[in-house]
Design a protein around this ligand. Sequence first.
Ligand SMILES: Cc1cc2nc3c(=O)[nH]c(=O)nc-3n(C[C@H](O)[C@H](O)[C@H](O)COP(=O)(O)OP(=O)(O)OC[C@H]3O[C@@H](n4cnc5c(N)ncnc54)[C@H](O)[C@@H]3O)c2cc1C
Length: 409
Amino acid sequence: MKIAVIGGGAAGMTAAYAAAGPENSVVILEAGKIPGKKILSTGNGRCNLSNREMKKSCFRSGHPDIAWQILQNYDVDKTLAWFKSLGLSFSEKNGYIYPRSAQASAVREALEEACIRKGVQILSSTRVREIRKKKNRFSLVAEDGREFSADRVILTAGGMAAPSTGSDGSGYEIARHLGHRIIPTVPALTSLDSSDKICRQWHGVRTGGHIRLMTEEKILAEDSGELQLVRTGISGIPVFQVSRYASYALAAGKKVHAQIDFLPEFSSGEETQILSRWKKEDGDMRLYARLHGWFPDRLCQVLLVRSGLSGELPCRQLTERDLHRLSEACRRFSLSIQDVHGFDQAQVTAGGVDLSEIDPDTMESRRIRGLYFAGEILDVDGICGGYNLQWAWSSGRCAGFAAGGKEKV
Ligand SMILES: Cc1cc2nc3c(=O)[nH]c(=O)nc-3n(C[C@H](O)[C@H](O)[C@H](O)COP(=O)(O)OP(=O)(O)OC[C@H]3O[C@@H](n4cnc5c(N)ncnc54)[C@H](O)[C@@H]3O)c2cc1C
């Protein structure tokens, strides 16, 4: 059987390897100069390839049950055993799994070499523009006019995040032309932008916090961890985790704001008691000096501005109203969100090919027989922490085995 894999990223190389064998001739058609370019930028160059803590809630999709079924068919243990057979060792930190070499290039090279060893042909600089199906055969047309034919096609062209790595969204167009429904795509795992001038004052601060993302009607999502306060708004892992919800709400024309708790380790109201104690017991101390015991200097200034208080004020002069305003600024700091950083900065795409149109046992299209999907092109986005690559490995493996006519994942 002739099998064409469109897009040689994490999912594409996994699928091609799984499909290859004496009975199949497998070719990867890859737009970029090398396969797996995006893998090189993952995990800050270290490739956080999976995570021990796998839960359904780590994946977002219109059909999370289907996504979870696919992930369970080829789980973390099976994935690691496979990578081990390709020569990789791992290191783990708090459940996050990396190659032992701490180099993403080790993962990319292991995949490329394994594919080549198994006889997969890799045609780089080949961007597919269109797929047509006539009777039982597919005909694929590249941008430069070259044509290819295949009995089965695995579409693993990725999403739109980090387009400099090759994933420019062309896979969605191909899928749409073949009759598939595309759930609207938005940037995810990215920073949030605010036009509030106060952001200019906190640029460069890193601090622990809890972010609650809200519209006027409801709480969209929340997360805790190290926040990065930047000139353009807010960033850091907790912000990344909630960003896809901001993307969708803003795209729907809703007003979005973030409510930040800069003292997440305090119980509700605990800060008010402590602030009152400052007033009683540390009356001579300047408010700024007291606050600086809690927060980095630039954040102290921002909290003072937001509460309308002077840092020079001796704590004894704080009124009940001052204490309330200070407590609000520290625990419920409200920041309006106007935008999200776009696909250039995003780590992943939310939305994509509707999962309900895919058979989760095989990853085959329910619309076009012989067409398979895997990876980010599908309507699944994971949270930060190795979940998106695990989705690429699990779905890629399943698609490759099924397209290759093999029985079990
Ligand atoms: C900066 C950054 C850091 C990240 N870090 C992590 C991390 O540490 N852990 C984690 O789990 N996830 C991480 N991710 C997300 C993860 O890398 C992706 O979700 C994953 O690589 C998606 O794999 P894929 O194979 O589906 O798509 P891609 O890796 O995007 O591969 C798609 C391939 O298809 C090719 N292509 C596109 N269109 C065509 C076409 N028409 N014809 C031919 N070829 C085409 C592209 O050139 C590309 O090589 C990160 C992402 C970024 C951007």
